[in-house]
Design a protein around this ligand. Structure first.
Ligand code: MF3
Ligand code: CO
Ligand code: CO
Length: 258
């Protein structure tokens, strides 16, 4: 069942997703060679609690941390640890919060110091693919219109799309219907209706699309050990144009991209 949100509920979801967006910007200030992913997790948890919200991932299906920090060949669900980020790494940071009973969920892939041109291009294309998907997230379109745009842009660049994990509806639960794949066919799938709120979150690999789960039971990495990128935004379906509830603008101010 797809839950349609009222205007009031969408404003709550906007608050939750703006808080996650600001939390990621706070984390961005600390991302440099020499910092541990555990430190990033502490920064995020403190910021979320200071803002009277609850970490959304902590305890979710037993997940042990506030952030997912996925480094290099790790695709998603990397667990913050004593790992020290080094020059040339890419770290995908995914964050969730609960504020006034509604979830926020947003992710951004960061360069650590100077990275290879191939990695820089992977990040650029993945973010572009996400934005192209977001443009399709309007009333009357279908789920397949989003996935088809994400897939076309990513594969045209020579990259591959992870299939096993998908975006999702967002609300009082972190993962609601519908599933939002990052591949698909135009005109197929559920019709998008005003009041639906979805997370679009392409996971794009530099090499082959196949993934494996690591022994910790959480971390997903590429089978070929090549780098992967992950960006995520929450979007409310409206008529005419997407109502994007999260934003990368706070992050990109910190990174000096804006
Ligand atoms: N970040 C995932 C998503 O965007 C969910 C992570 S759940 C956790 O949908 F338990 F691994 F944190
Ligand atoms: Co997420
Ligand atoms: Co998500």
């Amino acid at each position: 069942m797809i839950i349609i949100k009222t205007t009031e509920e969408i404003e709550k979801l906007r608050n939750s997703n703006q808080l996650v967006s600001k939390t990621l910007a706070e984390v961005a200030k600390y991302i440099k060679p020499g910092v541990t992913t555990e430190k990033l997790d502490r920064v995020a948890e403190e910021y979320i609690r200071d803002n009277k919200a609850i970490p959304g991932f902590l305890g979710y299906n037993g997940y042990p941390k506030t952030l997912c920090t996925s480094v290099n060949s790790q695709v998603v669900h990397g667990i913050p640890s004593a790992y020290i980020l080094k020059e040339g790494d890419v770290v995908s940071v995914d964050c969730g919060v609960i504020l006034q009973d509604f979830y926020g969920d947003t992710a951004y892939s960061f360069e650590v110091g100077e990275v290879d041109d191939s990695v820089r291009r992977l990040l650029r294309i993945t973010k572009e693919a996400l934005y192209l998907g977001v443009e399709k997230a309007i009333e009357g379109n279908r789920i397949g219109d989003i996935g088809s745009s994400v897939q076309y842009h990513s594969e045209k660049a020579g990259f591959s799309v992870v299939r096993e994990m998908v975006g999702h509806g967002l609300g009082r639960h972190l993962h609601e219907e519908p599933e939002v794949p990052n591949y698909g066919t135009k005109g197929s799938g559920a019709k998008l209706k005003k009041g639906m709120v979805i997370c679009i979150e392409p996971m794009i690999n530099l090499g082959k699309r196949q993934i494996v789960q690591e022994a910790d039971g959480w971390t997903i990495r590429t089978s070929d050990k090549m780098p992967s990128a992950h960006f995520e935004l929450a979007v409310a379906i409206d008529s005419g144009k997407p109502d994007v509830l999260s934003t990368f603008s706070y992050i990109e101010e910190v990174l000096n991209l804006k």
